[in-house]
Design a protein around this ligand. Structure first.
Ligand SMILES: Nc1ncnc2c1ncn2[C@@H]1O[C@H](COP(=O)(O)OP(=O)(O)OP(=O)(O)O)[C@@H](O)[C@H]1O
Length: 387
């Protein structure tokens, strides 16, 4: 539905030019969203897909089994949208304190993203409200180290920013002036918590993400915090018991469309087209995450069966195998620590897993070798190549 502009322009002067900064009207949309017919079916499909994804974790021996890997895969993808070049292996190596040749700024950013998500989740688990305070904390974690450290981590901006173009005067879009950011964000916070709007959680997450991007409350990291906001909202609303649904890959694949639809919300009040795009993304992303989970479970089952054929060596090899299933890159020291087995035992077990073709040494070095659960990593890497 075309409602016309969903806010007002504040005209200010900057550098001798008139700048039209957009101040969005509070949510929810007015007139109300059209949620019947095809859109209702799309919403049901998206919700069903989330339910399936949630169900996968309920079946696992360890509910956190996929969390470590999925969170890191998402961190790589979300940071790639922002321009970092790190791969999943770079990140995992960095976390092992062994990152030869990895561009450090890039991997620090990805690692910050993991910390930001984990912080947000931990706070929600301790019943801290999903609030602007929490978003600022998440932002602080995201930018505290690396390139963003001078971009006011943890604080709403105090200067005018813009999107596209070289200055506000020729920008694609100018978000609200700094003195209105607090008000706009307070209003978004109220909308997120409104219990009387009758809107399903997925719809609220879609609205909140677009509104957040329009406000662009931080100097940097608005895309990443806005994507984290979706995960946090879906967890908070109980749609997903684990933060396993990440839309970064979908946004990355459809970036031009994604940006265009954010523009159409603002300029034409067409929330429905954005919502359709968002729900499509949720349905396809959740479906893909379920497929990946099933493929990984099948891989783990097949490989565990092959390890069982090792006879007397099987028990120790299985311990090491389980550790690699939790984290697909490891050094011998790391595996010794995590399995509690002795170094020689771990070393023999890794040899056996290498002979079975399950594990591969990836550095080519004689010392400080790093072993990868290669097929597991390959599945996680799908789609993380820069587009
Ligand atoms: N025309 C637009 N209107 C509103 N928001 C937009 C528009 N174009 C882009 N955006 C949002 O701005 C984000 C980029 O903002 P910013 O550079 O502060 O975030 P980032 O996290 O550093 O980068 P990225 O999102 O590219 O990873 C995009 O991800 C998108 O969500």
């Amino acid at each position: 539905m075309k409602r016309g502009a969903t806010g007002e322009y504040e005209i200010t002067a900057m550098g001798g030019e008139a700048v039209r900064a957009f101040v969005p009207a509070p949510l929810p949309p007015d007139p109300p969203l059209e949620l019947l017919g095809e859109r209702q079916r799309l919403l049901e499909r998206a919700l069903l897909a989330c339910g399936r994804l949630d169900g996968v974790t309920a079946l696992l021996p360890d509910p956190d089994l996929f969390l470590y890997a999925y969170v890191r895969r998402e961190a790589v993808l979300s940071s790639q949208i922002e321009g970092t070049q790190s791969s999943l292996s770079d990140l995992l190596l960095f976390e092992l304190d062994e990152a030869p040749g990895v561009p450090l700024d890039d991997v620090v950013e990805v690692s910050n993203y993991v910390a930001a998500l984990e912080h947000g989740m931990a706070r929600l688990r301790e019943d801290f409200p999903l609030s602007n305070r929490l978003l600022r904390e998440v932002h602080e974690k995201l930018l505290v180290r690396g390139r963003g450290a001078d971009k006011q981590p943890g604080e709403f901006r105090r200067s005018q920013n813009w999107i596209g173009g070289t200055r506000p005067g020729n920008a694609q879009f100018v978000p609200p002036p700094p003195q209105l950011v607090e008000d706009c964000m307070a209003s978004l916070e109220r909308a997120i918590h409104a219990a009387d709007d009758g809107l399903p959680a997925l719809v609220k997450a879609a609205l909140a993400h677009a509104q957040f991007e329009t406000i662009h409350p931080f100097l940097d990291g608005n895309g990443r915090v806005g994507r984290l906001l979706i995960s946090l909202m879906l967890f908070d609303a109980g749609v997903l018991g684990q933060p396993l649904l990440y839309l970064s890959y979908y946004f990355k694949q459809h970036r031009a469309e994604y940006y265009r639809l954010l523009d159409t919300v603002r300029a034409e009040g067409d929330w429905e087209s954005w919502l359709d795009f968002f729900l499509e993304g949720v349905a396809s992303t959740a479906g893909a995450a379920v497929d990946t989970a099933h493929r990984l479970l099948a891989l783990f089952r097949d490989d565990a069966a092959r390890v069982q054929t090792l006879g007397r060596a099987a028990a120790n090899a299985l311990r090491v195998f389980d550790a690699l299933r939790d984290r697909p890159l490891a050094t011998l020291n790391d595996l010794t620590e995590r399995t509690g087995a002795s170094y020689p035992t771990v070393s023999r077990a890794v040899d056996a897993l290498e002979n079975l073709g399950i594990v591969r040494e990836i550095t080519g070095r004689k010392r400080e070798r790093v072993f990868a659960y290669a097929r597991y990593l390959a599945i996680l890497n799908e789609g993380t190549e820069p587009l």
